[in-house]
Design a protein around this ligand. Structure first.
Ligand SMILES: Cc1ncc(COP(=O)(O)O)c(C=O)c1O
Length: 399
């Protein structure tokens, strides 16, 4: 590496950070970041090798611990998010599981919002209790419930906002205050908002996690995740856990994600514009009983959206009259948007949460969250908005 220190870009605007942040150049001076597809590293001498392991000589040891391409991705995310440090993981779920589990011990307690991605809820509800960590699930919109759930041993509060798939918007700053007053940390899964529209650390959260699989790649190619926080949190709780347990990001995926970050702002802006147009076009459709879009003034938490998000979202949720059969007829009738359980992609993707992402939940648990049989989650892509709207109108004809 000729540039051992990554380029600092914090004084630039986010668009510039997305393109240049974290770049390390080799002696060849390449324009595009190099892909260091290597498992390990060699040393000049045994003394140098010993010094690396003793942490007195900076440098790479083994790609399970760190890799130059992965480090560039981590550093670009750090600069974008305004964090002190980051660690990349193999998937978004590896990031969530590590951020939640690694700092905890048996006897600790976690409070989390009920409305979250099915696998995140599994981690809190099913996995943690197996290791003696108790959890309480609350209605994330109700600050009283967060407050009442706090116990002397509560160490972590965990939420996602907007929520998957109901697009509720939780008050991050107020929930952070409750966490800190009780000596706990707040972890925010920022997947639905994206780093373009919401900065949880600036709102008072302590840790941010992403599934980089979603908007950060945004082109359906690879899985990835990232945890961002203070240097102290990453060093004390995350670095060693990842190093010893191994859910590391592959250098190839880091390279793809670095390229994804370069276009993230442009894609998210265009996808959000498309989502807003879709929401407006469907809001009064006779076959739709409910439409939820965080960018509209009729969103139930419009005031919180205004306070903490820079724009709406790339996601729209709506309920088709006539329950599951009508929702399925709508999905099957779409020709441009494709049926998928993924989101944040340049291709518009539609999901029936009841039978996919949230099928693990019981019927009453889904009902409590407002996930109905008629609900469809729509992830707006980069196609022309008029084609997407015409596609939806044609499919709804058949519903
Ligand atoms: C909100 C949210 N968090 C986390 C994840 C998990 O990410 P991954 O699929 O990359 O493991 C997903 C989706 O899968 C998600 O929608």
């Amino acid at each position: 590496m000729s540039d051992q220190k990554p380029t600092g870009t914090r004084h630039y605007r986010p668009e510039t950070r997305l393109v240049h942040g974290g770049t390390l150049r080799s002696q060849y001076g390449e324009t595009s970041e190099a892909l260091f597809l290597t498992q390990g590293y060699v040393y000049e001498t045994a003394e140098q090798c010993a010094a690396r392991f003793a942490n007195t000589d900076p440098g790479f040891i083994y790609s399970r611990f760190a890799n130059p391409t992965v480090s560039m991705f981590e550093q670009r995310m750090v600069e974008l998010e305004g964090a002190e440090a980051a660690r990349a993981t193999a998937t978004g779920m590896a990031a969530v599981t590590t951020a939640v589990l690694a700092p905890l011990r048996a006897g600790d307690h976690v409070v989390a919002a009920k409305a979250m991605f099915g696998s995140c809820r599994f981690v809190v509800e099913d996995l943690l209790p197996r290791y003696g960590i108790t959890s309480t699930l609350v209605d994330g919109l109700d600050l009283d419930q967060w407050q009442k759930a706090m116990r002397p041993n509560t160490k972590t509060l965990f939420l996602e906002s907007p929520t998957n798939p109901t697009l509720e918007v939780l008050d991050i700053a107020e929930i952070a205050k409750i966490a800190h007053a009780g000596g706990a940390r707040l972890i925010v899964d920022n997947v639905f908002a994206t780093p373009i529209w919401q900065s949880p650390l600036a709102l008072g959260a302590d840790v941010v996690v992403y599934s980089a699989t979603k908007h950060i790649d945004g082109q359906g190619r690879c899985l990835g995740g990232v945890i961002l926080s203070s240097d102290a949190f990453i060093q004390e709780h995350i670095h060693n856990f990842l190093r010893q347990t191994g859910p590391s990001m592959s250098p190839f995926n880091a390279w793809v994600l670095l390229k994804g970050l370069e276009t993230l702002g442009v894609r998210v802006r265009q996808q959000t514009e498309n989502a807003a147009k879709i929401a407006d076009a469907l809001a009064k459709h006779p076959k739709i009983s409910k439409l939820i879009y965080p960018g509209r003034s009729d969103h139930p938490q419009a005031a919180i959206v205004k306070k903490q998000m820079r724009a709406g979202s790339t996601m729209v949720a709506f309920e088709v009259k006539g329950e599951r059969a009508a929702a399925f007829r709508t999905l099957n009738g779409l020709k441009v948007a494709r049926i998928s359980n993924n989101l944040g992609d340049s291709k518009s993707l539609v999901t029936h949460p009841t039978t996919t992402t949230h099928q693990r939940l019981s019927e009453p648990a889904r009902a409590e969250l407002g996930i109905t049989e008629g609900m469809i989650r729509y992830s707006a892509g980069l196609e022309h908005a008029d084609d997407l709207i015409e596609d939806l109108h044609a499919a709804l004809e058949k519903a």
